[in-house]
Write a protein that binds this ligand. Structure first.
Ligand SMILES: [Mn+2]
Length: 485
């Protein structure tokens, strides 16, 4: 990437034009400064069509408005975060902001101002760079450096929300009276401006509401989750095709291959890809991905593409690196498959949320007893939770804009609720035999298997959104053979 112009010297910093944030330069003559102000075409866009989800975001704002009448609500997108020195992590807007606006601009803030009949929404954004004061080419956030932004008028057309200059927001909030709630954790400047006006308890209620509002997906969201799963399936196929290159290098080759698909078709990966070969599969969040990929071992790949509108898939397949499961690998894999089948069958409207977990755990407990790894009966194992030495984690979670979606929802609205059409959740049982687990025969050690799919609750049952990828062991082998050609 390009460097900014030569650093300023102390006396040059005295001059007004050179005091701009990141306006690090020297030797700009008055004539050049004057010259840069003009001679630029008017590129304002008119007649822009609203974004695809404009109707849905409006409905979401209306529901939010109805929940908190008479209160000012502040929802920031978040700011850039420094990675090192003057480089930043790639920006990902807060889920709450993107959900309510469809926008993903850093530093953006949605404000709902209470009115007599409800709320009036305003989106606060950085406008186009000023040419007159040199901002567009002298400021590190100027459009010449970071690219053209939408004008406020363009943003209004796209988002269907009146837009104002975000640089005026902190002062406006400082002067505001009446009750205020804000989504915390994304924008320190906004939080400072609101310090005396908000309380942690009331802000938490806003956060909980916005988490629970996302439990049921609308049609736009379901289409996005379908896209995420379709891209993810293609990413898994990409990986299978290059397993020989991964064997010659490391798990990083798998991570990079999947990431390419995510960046080309979506925004990013929805979470750090777990590319766990051999015994790394037993480390639940193995994201170092720096290990060897060996023929004869399994690859546990847990990865998801996040779409451009920020909905992510969350899919796991456990694949034999050389294309064929060994006998012991297949025995464990088929048990997990059976548990997943039982879990998926329990996903239907009216079922308790916990049912799919219980169904999958029961199968796994029965297998562990059958294999002589734990003393039965399965009832006793489940009651004491003894299977958990090898099952380790819950069987699934809500899925959406966040991989662990709706995480702030109350227990009674999530874990203790019944399933409804429009909910989307993962079903992902697993068995993990640590390499140093002396309680199991040696042949089990170092084998970890998880199978994970993204299941939408429908009116009459469920639909597996990630069923483009095979799950049954023989079908996995056939699919790999076909892809490797
Ligand atoms: Mn998951």
């Amino acid at each position: 990437m390009a460097e900014e112009l030569t650093p300023e010297t102390p006396d040059e910093a005295e001059e007004p034009i050179k005091q701009r944030k990141n306006g690090l330069y020297q030797g700009v003559s008055d004539e050049l400064a004057e010259n840069m102000k003009s001679g630029w075409a008017d590129t304002e866009l008119t007649g822009l069509a609203p974004i695809a989800q404009a109707a849905e975001t409006a409905a979401r704002r209306a529901a939010l408005s109805a929940r908190f009448p008479g209160e000012r609500l502040v929802v920031p997108a978040g700011n850039l975060k420094t990675r090192s020195n003057d480089t930043e992590y790639s920006f990902r807007a807060s889920t709450e902001y993107a959900y309510l606006t469809g926008d993903q601009t850093h530093d953006g803030v949605l404000v709902l101002e209470p009115t007599k009949t409800g709320h009036e929404a305003t989106i606060y954004l950085l406008p186009r760079s000023d040419r007159e004061n040199g901002e567009f080419w002298l400021d590190g956030m100027g459009e010449l450096w970071v690219g053209r932004r939408h004008s406020l008028t363009e943003a209004e057309q796209l988002l269907g929300i009146p837009a104002k200059d975000v640089r005026e927001l902190a002062a406006a909030l400082g002067e505001a009276t009446g009750p205020v709630r804000a989504v915390r954790g994304h924008d320190a400047g906004i939080e400072t401006a609101l310090t005396d006006k908000v309380t942690a308890e009331r802000d938490e209620e806003l956060r909980v509401y916005l988490s629970e509002a996302r439990l049921i997906k609308d049609s736009f969201e379901i289409a996005e989750l379908e896209k995420a799963c379709a891209s993810t399936a293609r990413g898994f196929e990409d990986v299978v095709k290059v397993l020989d290159k991964a064997e010659a290098t490391s798990e990083r080759y798998i991570e990079g291959t999947f990431f390419l698909r995510a960046r080309v078709e979506g925004n990013d990966v929805g979470y750090g890809s777990i590319c766990a070969a051999g015994p790394h599969a037993c480390t639940l969040h193995w994201v170092r991905n720096d290990g060897a990929v060996r023929s004869g071992d399994l690859l546990l790949l847990d990865a998801g593409v996040e779409t451009t509108e920020l909905y992510t898939a969350d899919v796991t397949r456990t694949l034999p690196i050389n294309g064929r499961y060994t006998e012991i690998q297949r025995k464990i894999y088929d048990a997990v498959y059976e548990a997943q089948e039982a879990g998926i069958a329990a996903v239907k409207p009216g079922a308790a949320y916990r049912d799919f977990h219980d169904a999958a755990q029961r199968v796994l407990a029965e297998k562990l007893v059958e294999w002589g790894l734990v003393e039965g009966p399965a009832e006793r194992v489940l009651e004491l939770g003894l299977q958990r030495r090898w099952t380790l984690h819950g069987t699934g979670h809500m899925l959406g804009m966040d991989v662990h979606d709706c995480a702030a929802a109350r227990t009674e609205a999530y874990v203790d609720t019944t399933l409804e059409p429009g909910m989307c959740l993962t079903v992902e049982p697993g068995l993990y035999f640590q390499a140093d687990d002396l309680t199991v025969p040696e042949e089990y050690r170092g084998i970890g298997v998880r199978i994970e799919d993204d299941i939408l609750v429908t009116e009459d049952g469920n639909r597996n959104l990630s069923d483009q990828l095979p799950r049954r062991s023989d079908e996995v082998e056939a699919w790999m053979a076909a892809l490797k050609g």
